[in-house]
Write a protein that binds this ligand. Structure first.
Ligand code: KIV
Ligand code: ZN
Length: 516
């Protein structure tokens, strides 16, 4: 077991649990499996695959990941309740290495208003929940929700009791992203000094990014002796998100003089994981985001370019290759063959596609190469993601629009709904509005459009547009994403994808007092 004297930091990825809890980031089973495989390739130590009791869908995804994904320990979250812990154990049953992560709030505010429980009852529940979880696995993590705002005496009593009951990892979340690097490090030191059995467990940190300090807080806690960091790809997560895995790992690698720790992460797989999570969650990575943003390695200003060309270290502290970013991302054109295409898919991390999926992707690549002179890595990723839609109740068949200043703008749309062909011809305030009206005529619903955005995948007027549509309905928000060189077609596909997800999601139910 790693300890504070050991410099190895355990990377616990919670993209599929805390990240997926972010409104609108919900993923289908297939998408979660793809992300879990990418995390295994990245060599994270633990994958928190979901919250098994949350719904049948969540149970199924934890179970499938436990069955199919080898390498990392697979973990499920559970509240301090018998039903939650038993359901987590059942979902994790096929895993080679499994962890149950049970939690309860310990701050005065949460105990009084959220749990409406006296501290002594909370303490009893800590012991009961960890004791029960240990009946199913030796690897039990206990979290003090809102730990950073918990009274120190009470936190010490809970941590000691959890370790006595068998917890092997103790996690102290900064649930509301309120702490500071110095304060959080002092909290770790306080626990090391005051909890008598603290050496029997790994101390873990879990930081939210409300004040933009999640990564700094996590690393500061590791400097003070914590040896597990909970984080997500692209910093995905509720509100301002969680600590970003790629930033933590690259900070440790690049500034090893200041942070003398190691992780097991294969950093060359970072870019693949980032692209995949962005595509399936619909959360586009901001261009100036550290490590994985499109501009993170771009040198545009003349002075910078001049220095960079003389010696790249003048302005570059990390090599793009170290995160799996190829210097030249121009891949191929319409004369490229199947073999080169397959090699490119492997290089981009699509290692588990079957023959049919590759054939299908190759056909779509050829179509794209006919429309677009130069096909880049990002185009290929967008194309594969588009081909991976599952549970499609509604399928796109064809669309014709008229637009321009003379009006009226119209859309003529053909879709299939559960195999039956349906058409509509509608008008609207512009071609996108007309197209969305046509979808509503074919599949009537009162779900609200919360967000519509378009990004160019690459450069040039022939670039593919990636459209993100966020729909709100039935207590859920979902995101649909699609790319095409025709932005109106991409918009239609993105909207249809969101509708398909809502149809699937409306079958789910959520438990009370979900964790943040
Ligand atoms: O933010 C939080 O407190 C959580 C816990 C359940 C670990 O996500
Ligand atoms: Zn959290």
């Amino acid at each position: 077991m790693a300890s504070a004297n050991d410099n190895r930091v355990i990377i616990f990825d919670t993209t599929l649990r805390d990240g997926e809890q972010s409104p609108g980031a919900s993923m289908t089973l297939d998408e979660k499996l793809r992300v879990a495989h990418a995390l295994a390739e990245l060599k994270v130590d633990v994958i928190e695959a979901g919250f098994a009791i949350a719904s049948n869908g969540d149970f199924q995804s934890v179970h499938e990941i436990a069955k199919q994904v080898k390498g990392p320990t697979i973990c499920s979250l559970a509240r301090a309740a018998k039903g939650d812990i038993e359901r987590a154990a059942e979902a994790l049953e096929p895993a080679e290495n499994k962890r149950i992560h049970t939690f309860i709030s310990t701050s005065p505010l949460h105990m009084k208003y959220k749990l409406q429980m006296e501290p002594e009852r909370v303490l009893e529940k800590v012991i009961e929940s960890v004791t029960l979880a240990r009946k199913f696995t030796d690897d039990v993590e206990w979290s003090a929700e809102d730990g950073s705002r918990t009274e120190h005496d009470f936190l010490c009593r809970c941590v000691e009791a959890a370790i006595d009951a068998g917890a092997t990892t103790i996690n102290i979340p900064d649930t509301v992203g309120y702490t500071t690097p110095t304060e959080y490090a002092e909290l770790m030191t306080m626990l090391f000094n005051r909890v008598p059995n603290i050496d029997k467990a790994i101390l873990s940190v879990h930081c939210h990014n409300d004040l933009g300090m999640a990564v700094a807080n996590s690393i500061s806690a590791v400097n003070a002796g914590a040896r597990q960091i909970e984080c997500t790809i692209n910093g995905l997560g509720e509100r301002a998100g969680n600590a970003a895995l790629e930033e933590i790992v690259m900070a440790i690698n690049t500034r090893n003089d200041a942070f003398p720790f190691t992780t097991g992460i294969d950093t060359t797989k970072i870019m693949n994981a980032s692209r995949l999570v962005s595509a399936v969650s619909g959360f586009v990575v901001q261009p100036n985001k550290a490590i994985v943003g499109a501009n993170a390695f771009a040198h545009e200003s003349g002075i910078h370019q001049d220095g960079f060309l003389k010696n790249s270290e003048t302005y570059e502290i990390m090599k793009p290759e170290s995160i799996g970013l190829n210097k030249s991302s121009l891949v191929m054109g319409k004369h490229s063959g199947r073999h080169a295409f397959k090699e490119k898919l492997k290089e981009l991390g699509f290692t588990d596609l079957g023959d049919n999926a590759i054939e299908d992707a190759f056909a779509r690549f050829k179509d794209l190469a006919d429309k677009k002179k130069e096909v880049y890595d990002d185009d290929i990723v967008a194309l594969i993601d588009d081909g991976m839609r599952d549970n499609e109740h509604i399928k796109f068949v064809g669309l014709t629009v008229t637009c321009g200043s003379k009006g009226p703008q119209t859309a003529e749309l053909e879709l299939t709904v559960d195999g039956e062909t349906r058409t509509a011809k509608t008008t609207g305030d512009g071609p996108i509005d007309a197209t969305f009206n046509a979808i509503k005529e074919i599949y009537p619903h009162d779900w609200r459009l919360k967000l519509y955005q378009v990004h160019a995948v690459t450069e040039g007027t022939d670039a593919q547009g990636t459209v993100t549509v966020k729909l709100d309905g039935e207590d859920r928000t979902v995101v649909g994403n699609a790319s095409d060189t025709d932005t109106v077609v991409a918009s239609c596909l993105a909207y249809v994808t969101a509708v398909n997800k809502l149809i699937e999601k409306s079958k789910k139910t959520a438990p009370d007092a979900m964790a943040s």
